[in-house]
Design a protein around this ligand. Structure first.
Ligand code: URA
Length: 239
């Protein structure tokens, strides 16, 4: 891989900033000052230092996190902690980002990676990646709700949702619970779908995203690396 491309992908700045870094003789490869930005390097075989610090390079980072309430699914935020703030220093690899967004008050499964194209593809409508949420609402959910979601809800602004699958768990006048599965990700979609039906979401947790299911043992705020079997499931998005 070209040295400038590698440093760019690892978050060392724009193409021009990276070029400047290399030309300022601040990058070494196996102890020698890098001689050009188009130099071919392999970080798995060579020791690359930037300003004397070794590149923390890993083929790819794939993490599954149980996002707690109050945390923002973004790379940075001026007011609130982000999912990246929850990572151990060793996992704070340059270029790491959360795939998709959950609202600040939503809990549950978030995938984090430093693999650039993966997020774009998993969120692209062409791949129809499904997302399942556990939902608590402040009113009754009848069987008519199942039909309503299946027909494809239209919001007041004219935005139309794809059909979604609603599985009722419990229903009562003050509080009902359900799982809802959808394969798109409009802004505040789940909350707006339930509002369109006439109830308000009071608790929302994503329990599945594509082939991944949130296990109970992964407590809010904690995360783990995907295992090899799970990484293989991502191949469908990377070929
Ligand atoms: N839909 C919502 O309304 N909020 C989320 O966080 C995710 C899906």
């Amino acid at each position: 891989m070209r040295l400038d491309k590698l440093l760019g992908e690892l978050g060392f700045g724009s193409r021009n900033q990276v070029k400047k870094l290399i030309r300022s003789r601040l990058v070494t490869v196996d102890g020698c000052i890098a001689f050009g930005d188009n130099m071919n390097v392999d970080p798995s075989l060579q020791e690359i230092l930037v300003r004397g610090e070794q590149l923390r390079w890993q083929e790819s980072l794939y993490l599954i996190m149980n996002k707690p309430k109050g945390v923002v699914t973004a790379r940075s935020d001026k007011k609130h902690p982000t999912v990246l703030d929850l990572l151990e220093d060793d996992d704070k690899m340059p270029g790491t980002y959360p795939v998709g967004r959950l609202d600040r008050d939503t809990e549950g499964l978030v995938l984090l990676t430093n693999n650039g194209p993966l997020g774009f593809r998993m969120l692209h409508p062409r791949y129809h990646v499904s997302k399942t949420y556990y939902v608590e609402v402040n009113g009754k959910l009848g069987v008519d709700a199942v039909r309503f979601f299946k027909e494809g809800i239209s919001f007041l602004d004219g935005n139309k949702c794809q059909p979604a699958h609603l599985k009722l768990i419990s229903s009562a006048a003050v509080k009902s619970t359900a799982y809802v599965t959808l394969s798109e990700g409009k802004f505040h979609q789940v909350k707006k779908m339930f509002l369109a039906y006439g109830v308000k979401v009071i608790y929302l947790k994503r329990v599945a995203f594509g082939p991944f299911v949130l296990e109970e043992s992964l407590l809010p705020g904690s995360y783990r690396q995907l295992n090899e079997e799970e990484k293989n499931l991502l191949k469908a998005f990377l070929d």
